[in-house]
Design a protein around this ligand. Sequence first.
Ligand SMILES: *Cc1c(COP(=O)(O)O)cnc(C)c1O
Length: 397
Amino acid sequence: MLKKNDPRSLRPATRMVHGGTMRSGFGETSEALFLTQGFVYPSAEAAEARFKGDEPGFIYSRYGNPTTRMFEERMIALEGAEDARATASGMAAVAAALQCQVRAGDHILSSRALFGSCRYVIETVLGRAGVTSTFVDGRDLDQWRAAVRPETRVFFMETPTNPTLEVIDIAAVAEIAHAAGATLVVDNVFATPMLQKPLELGADVVIYSATKHIDGQGRCLGGVILSNQDWIDRNLHEFFRHTGPSLSPFNAWTLLKGLETLPLRVEKQTANAARLADHLAGSDKVGRVLYPGRADHPDAAVIAKQMTGGSTLLAFELDGGKEAAFRFSNALEVIKISNNLGDAKSLITHPATTTHKNLTSEVRAELGITDGMLRLSAGIEDTADLLDDVETALAAI
Ligand SMILES: *Cc1c(COP(=O)(O)O)cnc(C)c1O
């Protein structure tokens, strides 16, 4: 029989190594990879009992799988949630977490600085199904309050935001959401579970793209939705079983191994990002540096209240616009040009021509995404090599 650790008494780094482990009779050290679609039953009576929910056990991997469940349990232990469902990608998590709780006529209230696909899901996919939406400047609490309607069901936000690393006060927005009878869903990808705990701050649902820091080694896509038992049972359980956004057991296994080193990687990445931010801020070729760990960050007071560290990401503006940004990027050798983030490898992207190119220039200006802005995701390389790389690139502008 499979045996499960009780991770609740352990500290986070220990939970990330042992949490959720279910060992088979072979006593394997590493988590077993159950590449199976289905499960066999000892008798027809046993199958009936399992389908009725009278007996525990797996039925079909779209519903649940032992390896996938180990990943969910480890995430539950990390986040302090009551239950979770792992998804095939971060976007599958966002889409399922929103779609499972709204119907035609409902209204979603969201912060405006969002990962592009999240905005598409809210505006276009759910819009087609008769769900309306309003986007506000997430840092302005009055805008949230003013936009509430009687039919507002869900508040959605991403904090820190991509790419300008604005930080929204989760506890304050949760209070407004709950007063309106709505649920707050937080996309916590940029903060990682190591630096910010939205459920403790009053959020009802947290989603991750596990593709980012949780894998953190550029291998596979994945996502997860975490909440309390009641929300999962009432909104997500049946929706998830029948619409099938389930994570593959192979990817769940990869992500389990990723979680073992998550605390180490995020610590090193955050330290590297902080050094890079300070270094860039000292250059006369750099205008603004946006880094949640710096005292000059516009949202420093909220950051001090709700985050336990800066970020593994930073954004900065080069004087000289797109031309300077491209010259800088092309001169880098260690830091790679890529729109991914949270990876062991340091990655840089020019949001205006890549991740945010579909926005009009007016919307980009409103979000503070200028042509000279670059977003850097710090990896785990030696700090000195990253600083040398940036220094060479600054000289090349
Ligand atoms: C990457 C990302 C997503 C989507 O995740 P995928 O795994 O790529 O589907 C959603 N939100 C944020 C903030 C992201 O960075």
